[in-house]
Write a protein that binds this ligand. Structure first.
Ligand SMILES: Cc1ncc(COP(=O)(O)O)c(C=O)c1O
Length: 374
């Protein structure tokens, strides 16, 4: 057997004809940066999230950087986020000149611990960046009013959670801005790099449109120091086509998660991800936990059987060489540190079938054994 970790090629097959036609039209029109496909995708994406507007940018890391810059975050400020995120979240904070302040995560969901966030707030806190890790939304329903009361903006890192909704309200619409990555293997992925920021603040949207384009909305106007970080029209065309499938793809991912729960029941020493049984998890990744001394052997065995897995992420940010300078040593965030040794992402994509899951579960059980209830 062989089970791919990501199904970007299969997704491409579904949009191929219309996308090739769109690329053809872009080439004929000769507008290779910006233009109608970007505006059209931005409008469709904003509608889906339920916000006023979206601004396409070069990638998810830039989405976070530009969002923080739009808020005026800079040297002397602090921005709080999770220690167990992809490094990009912390890179974006760092490159504004602000200091990243990290906190640990909830042991069950591995989502940022909002009580710890509250305890780390100081007079220098300029923003809080909750990360909807693995596609599961952080429940901001009680935290948002608290942050509003303390006048601290929330910038959601939605890189892994396009299409997720909690209580009918989409990821990206809870904070003052939501930042998305359209990296190809994301659950809404382009055919190359891409990113986007959503907001319902006209003022922030205007600033973001300037920041992505050398500080001006039109050529050779430079109102503020900006960047060159624009979503490519051929990527925007692909994204708009894929967006039409997103809800169906999220449903499939949730179905695959249920299959894992069924087929992995009774597998010894495997901890399945905890989640709410609703649309607030789009399962960008399906991350189980297994004792650290078994994980690597299990990965190797699965790989031998053609089942590809990943570890997202092998080290929490504070233990990477890049961010050792922040001064958090080992032991600073015990939950994130323990989880990093145990997590394993199983194949999760729109092409995974029930027989794939059955076979994956069989191979996992052959290594970790089976426990019988009672
Ligand atoms: C949680 C998180 N934040 C930010 C990013 C950055 O996105 P990109 O790779 O598009 O720059 C990613 C994805 O790579 C991510 O998973």
């Amino acid at each position: 057997m062989g089970v791919l970790f990501s199904a970007s090629q299969k997704e491409f097959e579904l949009i191929r004809d219309e996308w090739l036609q769109a690329v053809h039209e872009i080439a004929q029109r000769g507008v290779f940066v910006g233009g109608a496909p970007v505006a059209s995708f931005e409008a469709a994406f904003a509608r889906g999230v339920g916000v006023t507007g979206a601004v396409g940018v070069g990638n998810g890391t830039d989405a976070l950087l530009l969002a923080l810059k739009a808020l005026g975050v800079g040297p002397g400020d602090e921005v709080i986020t999770a220690a167990n995120t992809f490094i990009a979240t912390v890179e974006a904070i760092h490159h504004t000149g602000a200091r990243p302040v990290l906190v640990d995560c909830d042991p069950d969901t591995l989502l940022i611990d909002l009580e710890q966030v509250k305890r780390r707030v100081t007079s220098r806190t300029a923003a809080i960046v909750p990360v909807h890790l693995y596609g599961q939304m952080v429940d901001l329903s009680e935290f948002k009013p608290w942050a509003d009361e303390h006048r601290i903006p929330i910038v959601e890192d939605c890189a892994q959670a396009a299409g997720a909704r909690l209580g009918g309200k989409a990821a990206g619409s809870w904070g003052v801005m939501g930042c998305f990555s359209f990296y190809p293997d994301k659950n809404l992925g382009a055919l190359g790099d891409g990113g986007g920021i959503v907001s319902s603040s006209d003022e922030l949207l205007r600033t973001l449109r300037k920041l992505r384009n050398h500080g001006g909305e039109t050529r050779y106007t430079h109102d503020i120091p900006g960047f060159n970080s624009r979503l490519d029209p051929i990527q925007a065309a692909a994204l708009e086509l894929k967006l039409r499938h997103l809800d169906a793809w999220s449903m499939h991912r949730r179905y695959v998660a249920k299959l894992y729960e069924t087929y992995l029941a009774g597998a010894g020493a495997i901890v399945l991800p905890r989640h709410r049984d609703d649309e607030s998890h789009v399962f960008h990744l399906y991350v189980v936990r297994v004792e650290a001394d078994v994980r690597d052997a299990l990965r190797k065995h699965l790989q031998k059987k053609g089942i590809l897995t990943t570890v997202s992420y092998p080290a929490p940010v504070h233990l990477t060489p890049a961010f050792a300078f922040l001064g958090y040593g080992p032991g600073s965030f015990p939950v994130a540190e323990e989880a990093a040794g145990q997590i394993l992402s199983l194949p999760m994509n729109i092409a995974v079938t029930e027989s794939d899951v059955a076979a994956i579960a069989r191979e996992i059980k052959s290594i970790v054994g089976t426990v019988h209830a009672g």
